[in-house]
Design a protein around this ligand. Structure first.
Ligand code: BGC
Length: 786
């Protein structure tokens, strides 16, 4: 039977049930028609397949799997072939562990360096993030497993992620926040997409018609499965109407009942045809996955080797004074810093992998021609392994600052008394402040390397391998230098993206703000020279020569700008790149083609992609600040009318957007800005908002939550459960309790919080019995007992 025939035989109850999960990780099955469950599992850089009790935060153990370097790390390779290789290995592990849909990669834009999940995301640039994400998708899907790029869209902050509204103008939305997803869908062919927790311009991502229907389905031609982030569904009927397919994890059958009611009780909110349309990709997937053979294991050593190769190709050499690196054979080294024995190699939360094995520097160093001594005074060099602590990089919480913890910097300072030759080896999945950089003679940044990091970093330090990575994000001197520094208010529901398109280098480069390290920066043990730029209609050609004495790789970057423009524009924007290996003394001709994104902008006049006519600057850089070659090209315009008079948007015209006034942003936004809600709590407010609840009981619950949260910060170990509960809205109780709490009951809990104790309690009790009764009846109908 094909998918449509199967649908024709389903009852409405079965159909409705199929649109939400059966348990933490599986969709529902309909055995009588041979429809098996689809199994979802994290995650982006390694499988987190739970066999026992499931949870979405990585609290309970999962099966051993390879922990690859995280997305933030691999993005520094600028090499889609590495992404594809990791993806294929992930796909193999997924099949081996009976997983059908791998929940990754994560590709949200790094709007702020403080987002706690930046380690899981690729870049601040949509082209780099998109190309890397597409490569993972291709790799994963080559193994007959679906990849699920996430979180669609504009999920750039963890704090109150389920109870916030990203307020972003349409052009910025399209050009910055959606382009990477567009590439993952169109070039990667992603078959699943995860809708984000947050609202985008006043509508939850999972019921945002503009995102899911106008753009994802209609413009990009996506025909796969939209799955909610875990607990992200709000109004299930509206979600299904907007072609979201599976609500996860397991809301019980409350959501299914809502659908049936909406389809049958003449409310006109949804038709059975719309329900059928939503089921189609689920049935197609179930048929597709049936063929998978789950009896084969995977080659642990081979995958460990892929993880190592990825680090070697991604680590970034940021400083190397007097060419202290690579270390010569026989060098005497002293190992210091918190990560010598206990590496920091991944972040916390749903992406946390139970690694098949984990290398440490202490164990690996004996495989190298280095002499280890304990006394820094007696060593030729000190190798200092340091970076961010575990608490700094976790799903569910943002970082408080860009600082490396002080106890580490104190240790570094004390070492400088004994030895001036200190080489820093850093582990951190996001951008940090470096006021201590002058204490280091060299700095090799490994990001979060995954399980094979130690030998990879030692190969690079000793020169067995050559560093080739470049930063996929900017390193400002301080958070106050970021364009979003004043637009990061954590207390409000409406988070205005007042900086417009000027995030990351788009801001620093345009507004002339000095940074510690620019986007695209990375050193090598050899040097390259660029020459002979030719700009044609189809793309650019130029030559790179390796003028050093080692074979190495260079990452050449194509940026495009337009000095004379009637539009808001960053000075330069990345439009292409190429990583190329060149032997010592040899030259290579590089070609980077233009594509549909090279000159386009999104016009809010025509509601389409257009080209502004005139002359464009073409820049070939070894990073965004180091432009090696320049050229020009003239393009014919596709539309005359501009969306605004740029003179009325002075901050955006210059890119100096750190203090944009409300009115100026409103002009760019093109609509009245949403007001903060006042008054009583509602079902979509976060539990942390109980702080000011009318009910004393609820204020007490808030205090307990808050003190537990503070305790976990003091201990330095993230308490993911508390973080999640603290930030989740009341409605999530009905979405994440496997049917124990219905929406009516969650509403009654809000009634209690608003000070109507007895009314609320009555609702909770009667709701409890009603829900249990109806769930039972529904389950019986599904299993055809009745
Ligand atoms: C995360 C997702 C993850 C899901 C399932 C959520 O909390 O945001 O990225 O895939 O849990 O674990």
């Amino acid at each position: 039977m094909d998918a449509r025939e199967i649908i024709s035989q389903l009852t409405l109850m079965e159909k409705a049930a199929l649109l939400s999960g059966k348990n933490e990780w599986e969709s529902r099955d309909i055995p009588r028609l041979g429809i098996q469950s689809i199994t979802f599992s994290d995650g982006p850089h390694g499988l987190r397949r739970q066999e026992g009790a499931g949870d979405h935060l990585g609290l309970n153990a999962s099966l051993p799997a390879t922990c690859f370097p995280t997305a933030a790390t691999v993005a520094n390779s600028w090499d889609p072939s590495i992404g594809e290789e990791i993806g294929a290995a992930l796909g193999e592990e997924a099949v081996a562990q009976n997983v059908d849909v791998l929940l990754g990669p994560g590709l949200n834009m790094k709007r702020s360096p403080l987002c706690g999940r930046n380690f899981e995301y690729f870049s601040e640039d949509p082209i780099l993030a998109g190309k890397m994400a597409a490569s993972y998708v291709r790799g994963i899907q080559s193994k007959h497993v679906y990849s699920c790029p996430k979180h669609f869209a504009v999920n750039s902050r963890e704090y109150r992620r389920m109870a916030m509204n990203a307020v972003v103008d349409e052009r910025t939305l399209r050009e910055i926040y959606l382009t990477a997803f567009e590439i993952a869908v169109k070039e990667g062919g992603a078959k699943t997409i995860m809708s984000a927790y947050n609202e985008v311009n006043g509508k939850y991502a999972n019921e945002n018609e503009h995102l899911l229907v106008d753009i994802l389905r209609n413009e990009w031609g996506f025909d796969g499965i939209v799955v909610t982030d875990w607990g992200a569904s709000n109004d299930h009927v509206e979600g299904v109407r907007c072609q979201s397919n599976v609500e996860m994890p397991n809301p019980g059958l409350d959501s299914a009942r809502e659908l049936i009611k909406a389809a049958t009780e003449g409310e006109g909110r949804i038709t059975e045809e719309e329900i059928d349309r939503a089921i189609l990709p689920i049935i197609e997937a179930a048929i597709y996955f049936k063929e998978n053979d789950h009896t084969k294991g995977f080659d642990k050593e081979a995958h460990h080797a892929i993880a190592k190769k990825a680090v070697i190709n991604s680590a970034v050499l940021l400083k190397n004074d007097e060419d202290i690196l690579p270390l010569k054979a026989g060098t005497t080294v002293c190992l210091r810093g918190p990560f010598v024995d206990k590496p920091r190699y991944q972040g916390s939360g749903s992406s946390q992998v139970n690694s098949t094995k984990v290398e440490t520097i202490r164990e690996q160093i004996s495989n190298y021609d280095l002499k280890v001594v304990d006394d820094p005074e007696k060593a030729d060099v000190v190798l200092f392994f340091f970076g961010l602590d575990e608490i700094a990089e976790s799903e569910g919480a943002d970082r408080m600052s860009m600082d490396v913890p002080e106890y580490q910097i104190k240790e570094l300072e004390s070492l400088t008394v004994y030895n001036k030759h200190i080489i820093g080896v850093m582990s951190a999945g996001s951008s940090v402040k470096m006021p201590w950089l002058d204490k280091l003679q060299a700095l090799l940044h490994g990001y979060l390397t995954g399980q094979a990091g130690a030998s990879a970093m030692l190969d690079l330090l000793t020169g067995k391998e050559i560093p080739t990575g470049k930063l996929s994000e900017s390193y400002p001197f301080a958070f106050a230098d970021c364009s979003v520094a004043n637009y990061s208010d954590t207390e409000k529901r409406n988070l205005q993206y007042r900086e417009g398109p000027f995030i990351g280098y788009r801001y620093y480069d345009t507004a002339d703000v000095a940074v510690q390290f620019p986007f695209g920066f990375g050193l090598s043990y050899t040097t390259f020279e660029y020459s002979k730029l030719y700009v044609g209609e189809e793309g650019v050609k130029f030559t790179i020569k390796n003028v050093g004495d080692r074979d190495g790789a260079e990452i050449a970057q194509l940026y495009v700008g337009k000095e004379e423009s009637g539009l808001i524009r960053p000075k330069k924007e990345l439009k292409g790149f190429k990583k190329v290996w060149i032997k010592a003394g040899e030259s290579v001709e590089i070609e980077i083609p233009f594509d549909d994104k090279t000159f386009r902008y999104f016009s809010t006049v025509s509601n389409k992609w257009e080209i502004e006519g005139g002359e464009y600057q073409i820049y070939i850089g070894s990073n965004v600040s180091d432009i090696e070659l320049k050229g020009l090209i003239t393009k014919a315009g596709t539309i005359e009318e501009l969306p605004y008079d740029i003179e009325t948007l002075p901050s955006y015209k210059t890119g100096k957007v750190r203090n944009v006034h409300y009115e100026e942003f409103e002009k760019l936004y093109g609509n009245p800005l949403p007001e903060e809600k006042v008054g009583e709590l509602d079902i979509n407010d976060a539990l942390c908002q109980m702080k000011d609840a009318k009910s004393g009981l609820c204020r007490l619950v808030y205090k307990i939550l808050k003190s537990k949260l503070d305790q976990s910060y003091e201990k330095g170990v993230p308490d993911l459960n508390i973080m999640f509960i603290y930030n989740m809205p009341f409605r999530a109780m009905s979405k994440m309790t496997a049917g124990a709490v219905s929406r009516d009951m969650a509403e009654s809990i809000v009634t209690v919080a608003n000070g109507h104790f007895f009314k609320g309690l009555g609702g909770i009790i009667s709701g409890y019995f009603k829900n249990a009764r109806e769930n039972k009846k529904y389950e019986e109908r599904l299993s055809h007992k009745e």
